[in-house]
Design a protein. Structure first.
Length: 253
């Protein structure tokens, strides 16, 4: 895609009163307070339609999980020779100062992770007050997560003689049609029920409850306690916790 042409077309369709910076981040993971940026790319679109691009790998100063590398392709070796965020911070601060922001799901992730990185670098957030144009939010707003929206998105044409929205038999047929279209469209999607289930609902081995709302974040620390010279009382509490039994405030352990 020609980014200059796209930027000029966007500037022609969207009134800009100050630069609009479209940005994307790749990171070690999705936890804002724990994970770090490993790549940043920006396209600054100015009100007159001209565009300036900038990008850099970033040394996260921590290992990149193999599962994450499998997604974005950035390895520890690639990141190790890159500057740290603290070293790049003055450049990025200038890029993001006095601008508005654009991206895909930028409000939920990129914006928050950048703010955390600036905080760790000891700098104020240059994006405070920036307006956000989020293509991900716009997509969901205009294409609600409904069966009708999925039919439109995948180009499925239901039989008008039998199509009745929100009628169970009709919805079953339409759902099957959408699933067929999805399996045709996405070659990388597993083609077995077991594989597709695991792909859609990956299991977190550290989860505590069945819904995965609570997860172990310090299981390794508890296991370390058991190997060290802590009291029998502490180790009993830790063993119970690892087995899913937790002390109740006010009760004797």
């Amino acid at each position: 895609m020609n980014i200059d042409r796209l930027a000029q077309e966007l500037a022609a369709r969207l009134a800009l009163t100050r630069p609009l910076v479209c940005l994307d981040l790749e990171a070690t993971g999705v936890w804002v307070e724990r994970d770090r940026i490993v790549q940043i790319a920006t396209a600054s679109i100015f009100p007159d339609g001209h565009v300036a691009t900038w990008s850099s790998y970033v040394n996260p100063e921590q290992p990149i999980p193999p599962a994450t590398t499998a997604i974005h392709g950035i390895t520890d070796e690639m990141a190790a020779v890159a500057p740290t965020f603290a070293q790049l911070a003055p450049t990025i601060w200038d890029l993001l100062s006095g601008v508005d922001l654009a991206g895909f799901n930028i409000a939920r992730f990129d914006r928050r992770l950048l703010a955390a990185e600036f905080r760790r670098a000891g700098l104020d957030d240059p994006m405070a007050g920036a307006r956000i144009v989020d293509a991900g939010t716009l997509f969901v707003r205009q294409e609600p997560r409904s069966l009708d929206a999925a039919l439109r998105f995948y180009g499925v044409q239901p039989d008008p003689a039998t199509r009745r929205a929100h009628e169970a038999n009709s919805d079953v047929a339409d759902t099957l049609a959408v699933l067929v279209a999805q399996l045709k469209a996405y070659a990388e999607v597993p083609k077995t029920v077991d594989g597709l289930h695991d792909w859609l609902f990956p299991s977190n081995p550290n989860r505590i409850d069945a819904d995965g709302k609570l997860v172990w974040r310090n299981r390794g620390f508890l296991e370390w306690v058991l190997r060290k010279d802590f009291s029998a009382e502490v180790k009993t509490i830790v063993r119970d916790a690892l087995a899913g039994r937790f002390p109740v405030r006010g009760e004797e352990p």
